[in-house]
Design a protein around this ligand. Structure first.
Ligand code: UTP
Length: 294
């Protein structure tokens, strides 16, 4: 039996430059999709996937994330004394959600470096990595889908999705062979190679790595062994390429819809779609959109 995936690491120490000036004094992870911060969607996905511990890698200016998952006595007292029971339960729900620990990445030296900062809190066990900017809507939570594949193959698994040719250079891309699993051959792949942000003409496939990973603790050695890569950052993709020399890694084309909430257009699309799906807002918002002279 493979060891259980109990912990999820959320690297959240990036600078969020694509959202400046909004991210000058507040973390990108706290930007709301309708009324819930981006990072909370990821934390809820992890919880619904059976994860018990969340480890958030933070940096300067990220204290709002810690406050968000902490108890707010003044706010709770005020809501209680004014009889606002529904809001009180929403606010309590956030702090009661799950066990969260924090570790700092003093300098934004790359995603791989951020993951390495979590090594002591993770310890010698498999773990998930969640990039909160990727918000995923799925019937079975994306992380749960990956954990099921991890438990079958006892090896690291990366979430991938097909992206159009002209977008592929924005992603880490896998060169991979499809393998049969559960009667189909179009979801699980065994990875042969990985390339970070290839030119479209040189991309080995249209399968892009998105922000969900199940990793095993050997990745920490690999991260420690590599040199800075693209953008002079310690890249997680480079560490995975290093790990691939000594053990198999799988890719899983997950079922669901992914929104790139770290990008302005992706953020707007997610906001509109999430608002349309809300019971309390959807109908009115739909009417409003219909009335726009587009
Ligand atoms: P991104 O490149 O998407 O995020 O990194 P960013 O750097 O914050 O944003 P831009 O590109 O400047 O707008 C992917 C994830 O890795 C984390 C980020 O917080 C994000 O969740 N990250 C990145 C770190 O934690 N540390 C780093 O050094 C780099």
């Amino acid at each position: 039996m493979p060891a259980k995936v109990r912990k999820a690491v959320f690297p959240a120490a990036g600078l969020g430059t694509r959202f400046l000036p909004a991210t000058k004094a507040q973390p990108k992870e706290m930007l709301p999709l309708v009324d819930k911060p981006i990072i909370q969607y990821g934390v809820e996905e992890a919880m619904h996937s059976g994860i018990q511990n969340i480890i958030i890698v933070t940096g300067r200016g990220k204290s709002a994330i810690e406050d968000h998952f902490d108890v707010s006595f003044e706010l709770e007292y005020m809501l209680e004394s004014r009889g606002k029971k529904e809001l009180l339960s929403i606010v309590r729900g956030v702090s009661d959600m799950i066990d969260v620990s924090y570790i700092r990445q003093k300098e934004a030296l790359g995603l791989g470096h951020a993951v390495l900062r979590a090594s002591e809190l993770v310890g010698p066990e498999p773990f998930a990595v969640v990039l909160a900017d990727d918000v995923i809507e799925a019937e079975v939570p994306c992380l749960r889908q990956l954990i099921d594949i991890y438990e079958f193959f006892c090896a690291p698994v990366l979430a991938v999705m097909e992206v159009p040719h002209d977008m592929i250079s924005h992603y880490g891309v896998v060169d991979a062979d499809p393998i049969s699993h559960n009667g189909s051959k179009d979801r699980v792949y065994r990875i042969r190679d990985l390339v970070e942000k290839p030119k479209a003409s040189e991309a080995p496939s249209n399968l892009a790595i998105i922000g969900r990973y199940i990793l095993t603790p050997e990745i920490f050695n690999s991260i420690g062994s590599i040199q800075p890569g693209a953008g002079s950052e310690i890249q997680l993709t480079d560490a995975l390429k290093h790990l691939l020399r000594s053990r198999p890694i799988y890719a899983y084309r997950f079922e669901g819809t992914r929104y790139d909430a770290g990008d302005k257009l992706g953020f707007l699309k997610a906001t509109v779609e999430f608002a349309l799906r809300r019971h309390d807002l959807g109908a009115q918002f739909r009417e409003y959109l219909k009335g726009l002279q587009l």
